[in-house]
Ligand binder design. Structure first.
Ligand code: PEP
Length: 252
């Protein structure tokens, strides 16, 4: 089944609004020149409104890095799904930094995914094992349990409604990417079968599964050559226009 590749940039807590606009303007022509690939940038929340104006009808989608599941109320510092959906098409959910640094649990991730879908947003659901879990041979178990915890009981209107990002925690921001072959094997033997168990084979074959963890313009093509890898979630390299455009080109 043909799945349109998705190349997504997670800018994390980097860039003021002015800097974010400059970066988006710098990468836009290069991204627009890449056909057959969906492109997505996820800046800090303060930059969502100006970037939504810049990127409107540009062919580059906009995403938030997080949301809260309630619609409104006394939740200081949080953004509701509706607030995010005013500006964005996508939202990253369950990033390992949110799980590790901000105590986000599988139950929180489940509520966020459900709330994002209900608001018409496409979640980019992040799952991945830590170094310790990897060394203990638990990667498969962790991946399937995180996926089931996040998605059980949640319906999808179509395979396009959700994106899964496999991000081994030990590969994020370390410069030590997983190998494309190892990743492909895990996606084929664990991620897609778990998704098939939840949503049936046809939906599982249509869902996009990204790799994330130290992807750059030099190593991206090797990942995208793998049949199970449908794109990348990119941190550090998404802050450099030429690198991010290079990654998008490699997916084309
Ligand atoms: C990420 O934070 O999702 C990520 C993959 O980061 P990096 O590309 O810097 O490893």
């Amino acid at each position: 089944m043909a799945r349109t590749p998705l190349v997504a940039g997670n800018w994390k807590m980097n860039k003021t609004t002015a800097e974010a606009l400059r970066l988006a303007e710098e990468m836009l022509p290069g991204l627009q020149a890449v056909a057959g690939v969906e492109k997505l940038v996820c800046p800090p929340a303060t930059a969502l409104m100006p970037l939504s104006a810049l990127l409107h009808n540009s062919g580059v989608a906009l995403g938030a890095q997080n949301l809260y599941w309630e619609d409104s109320g006394a939740y200081t510092g949080e953004l509701s799904p509706g607030m995010v959906a005013e500006f964005c098409q996508y939202v990253i959910i369950g990033h390992s930094e949110r799980r590790a640094l901000f105590g986000e649990t599988d139950a929180d991730v489940q509520r966020k995914v459900a709330a994002a879908l209900a608001a018409g947003l496409r979640p980019v659901l992040c799952v991945g094992e830590t170094l310790q879990q990897n060394e203990a041979g638990q990667a498969a178990e962790v991946l399937s349990s995180q996926l089931r915890a996040a998605l059980e009981g949640t319906q999808l209107s179509s395979a396009g409604a959700l994106v899964v990002a496999y991000e081994p925690v030990w590969a994020i921001g370390t410069g030590k990417a997983a190998t494309p072959e190892q990743t492909n094997t895990l996606l084929r033997n664990v991620v897609r079968p778990t998704l098939a168990g939840l949503y049936g084979e046809a939906v599982a074959q249509g869902l996009r599964v990204l790799y994330g963890g130290s992807v750059n313009a030099a190593n991206a093509a090797d990942f995208f050559a793998m049949p199970e890898i449908d794109g990348a979630l990119v941190g550090g390299a998404s802050l450099k226009a030429d690198e991010f455009v290079g990654i998008a080109k490699a997916a084309g």
